[in-house]
Unconditional design. Structure first.
Length: 197
């Protein structure tokens, strides 16, 4: 597992440091797509299995679907995105689970103001596959839903993002019992590149 994590970090560094052939945008205005590498981690909160910690590493590809529109401070753009998370670590009371997930449905509303910080809200969902049952004694296949509040910080060369998210992990009745895991996580994104076609 250590070699796999090292390889993921190496690939992420190469992607972040490699010059992109398409012209970069400072932000989502005038852009058509987004590419970002991120990591997030946190712990369980009430409403499900307790005593659980999570950490993951992944990448996002997004398509900006609209130009800026809307009233006043709600003016913004809609983005559709998909996340691939090849590294998941879930620390449980009796064991540690390793796995990966795919989130094919993510919808993000990115506010247009202020100029250098772009706040957003996001809703997403997908599937999580692990080497052992999560929560304990339930299923190796789970579904994830998440909602988050975050912001893109537009820097001169590379953008970064920070997000606080609530994520629910559950097998959706594939196994009994189905206590689920509710987590609050902090996600940090690096190289939020906005691109034209």
């Amino acid at each position: 597992m250590n070699k796999a994590v090292a390889l993921i970090f190496l690939v992420g560094l190469v992607v972040l440091l490699h010059p992109a052939p398409a012209p970069a945008q400072a932000g989502p205005e005038g852009a058509s797509r987004e590419w970002e590498v991120f990591t997030s981690g946190g712990g369980a909160v009430s409403g499900g299995q307790s005593g659980t910690g999570v950490w993951n590493l992944g990448a996002r590809y997004g398509l900006i679907l609209t130009s800026p529109h809307g009233p006043g401070f709600l003016r913004g753009q809609l983005e559709y995105a998909a996340d691939v998370l090849p590294v998941w670590v879930i620390v449980q009371r009796t064991n540690t689970a390793y796995g990966g997930s795919v989130d094919p449905f993510a919808f993000k509303w990115i506010l247009s103001s202020p100029a250098k910080v772009k706040p957003y809200v996001i809703l997403e969902g997908g599937a999580l596959f692990t080497n052992t049952k999560v929560p304990e004694f339930t299923s190796q296949i789970n579904f994830t839903t998440a909602a988050g509040l975050g912001a893109h910080f537009l820097l001169s060369h590379k953008n970064v993002s920070a997000e606080v998210r609530f994520q629910h992990i559950s097998n959706a009745g594939l196994a009994v019992p189905n206590p689920g895991i509710n987590t609050v996580q902090l996600r940090l994104g690096f190289g939020a590149f906005f691109r034209r076609e």
